[in-house]
Ligand binder design. Structure first.
Ligand code: F6P
Length: 317
C-alpha cells in the first residue's frame, strides 16, 4: 500500500515491489487508499502488467489517504483480521512518518511488515533520502529560478514558501541551490526583523534581486513575513512579492533519482520479507540499502544540517 501524502516515485516502488515478489512466485495484492483501504478491505490482485507504464508517473496508482480510524485499537484489529482472512502473509507500506507509525503498530502486533521510506519532507530517520524528496527539491528549485529572473528585471525580493511540514530540508536544499539570501526553517528560525535587515543589506550591496526561502513549518511563515515587510518597506529597498508553492511541490513526474531510489527500495522490501526480516523501515544510508527497526524510526524527526545553513548565509554575500 501507499499511505499518507503522495510522493513522486511511489509508483516506481509499487512496480518494483510487485515484480520482485512475483519473481519469487508470490501473489501480490495492491491495497487501495492506504490504511483506509486496509480497513475497508479494498485490495486487488496485481499482475506484472498491472504495474506496467507507471514508473514515470507521479502520485500513486493505488491511491493514498490519512486514516484516523486506523489510529484506534478497533481499527488495528479490523485491519489485522482483514489481511488474515485473505491469507495475506506480509505487508509493505510505502509512506512517511505517520504511515510508518501505523506500520510499527502492525509490527508490534506480530504481523510481518516492511516500511519503505517515502515522503517529500525527508524527515524520516533510517534513510539519507526518502522517495519524492529529489523531485520536490527540483520542483521548488525550478520555481525559485523562475522567480529570480523576474526578480532581477524588477529589482524585487521574492519570498518563496515551500512544503516540508516540520522539517526544513526542502527549504535548505533549494535555498542553497537557488542562492537564496535567507533560508528560514522550523529548526533554525529567522525573525522577520533579521530577514528585513538582510534584504536591506543585500539591496545596499547592489544586488538586483533577493530570495528568501521559507519552510512551511517555520514559525514566521510567508504571511507573517509579508506583514512585517509591509510595515518596513522603506528600509528594505526592494519591492517584495510572496509565492506559496503548496502542493505543486508534490506533484508531477518523478526525477530519475527518485525512480531509481524507489525501485531499489521496492525490491529491497521484498528481499527483507523473504529473509524474514520484518518490522523494519528500508531506506538508503551512504548509498547502501539499510533496514532500521520501525520502533527506532517512528515519532522522531531527522535533523537538518545547521552547518549547511550557516554556509549558505556566508555565501549569500
Ligand atoms: O508530508 C507531506 C506533506 O506534503 C507536507 O509537506 C505537508 O505539510 C503535508 O503533507 C500536507 O498535507 P495534505 O496533503 O494532507 O494537505
Amino acid at each position: 500500500m501507499t499511505s499518507g501524502g503522495d510522493a513522486p516515485g511511489m509508483n516506481a516502488a509499487v512496480r518494483a515491489a510487485t515484480r520482485a515478489a512475483l519473481a519469487r512466485g508470490w501473489e501480490v495484492y495492491g491495497i487501495r487508499n492506504g490504511f483506509t483501504g486496509l480497513l475497508a478491505n479494498t485490495m486487488d490482485l496485481l499482475h506484472a502488467r498491472d504495474v506496467g507504464g507507471i514508473i514515470q508517473r507521479g502520485g500513486t496508482v493505488l491511491g493514498s489517504a490519512r486514516s484516523s480510524e486506523f489510529q484506534e485499537e478497533a481499527g488495528l484489529n479490523r485491519a489485522l483480521s482483514n489481511v488474515r482472512r485473505r491469507g495475506i502473509d506480509a505487508l509493505i507500506v510505502i509512506g512517511g512518518n505517520g504511515s510508518q507509525a501505523g506500520s510499527n503498530r502492525i509490527a508490534q502486533a506480530g504481523f510481518p511488515i516492511v516500511g519503505i521510506a517515502s515522503t517529500i519532507d525527508n524527515d524520516l530517520l533510517g534513510t539519507d533520502v526518502s522517495i519524492g524528496v529529489d523531485t520536490a527539491v527540483n520542483i521548488t528549485l525550478e520555481s525559485i529560478d523562475r522567480l529570480r529572473t523576474t526578480g532581477s528585471s524588477h529589482q524585487r525580493a521574492f519570498l518563496v514558501e515551500t512544503m516540508g511540514r516540520n522539517c526544513g530540508y526542502i527549504a535548505l536544499m533549494t535555498g542553497i541551490a537557488g542562492g537564496a539570501e535567507v533560508i528560514a526553517t522550523p529548526e533554525f528560525e529567522v525573525e522577520p526583523q533579521e530577514v528585513a535587515q538582510r534584504l536591506g543589506d543585500a539591496y545596499r550591496r547592489g544586488k538586483t534581486h533577493a530570495l528568501v526561502v521559507v519552510a512551511e513549518g517555520a514559525k514566521h511563515g510567508a504571511q507573517a513575513m509579508m506583514r512585517h515587510f509591509a510595515e518596513h518597506r522603506d528600509t528594505i529597498g526592494f519591492g517584495l512579492r510572496v509565492t506559496t508553492l503548496g502542493h505543486v511541490v508534490r506533484g508531477g513526474v518523478p526525477t530519475a533519482a527518485d525512480r531509481v531510489l524507489a525501485t531499489r527500495l521496492g525490491a529491497a522490501a521484498v528481499d527483507h520479507l523473504a529473509l524474514d526480516k520484518s518490522g523494519v523501515l528500508v531506506g538508503l544510508l551512504s548509498n547502501e540499502i539499510a533496514a532500521t527497526p520501525l520502533a527506532d524510526v517512528v515519532g522522531k524527526t531527522k535533523p537538518i544540517d545547521g552547518a549547511l545553513l550557516e554556509m549558505a548565509r556566508v555565501l549569500a554575500h
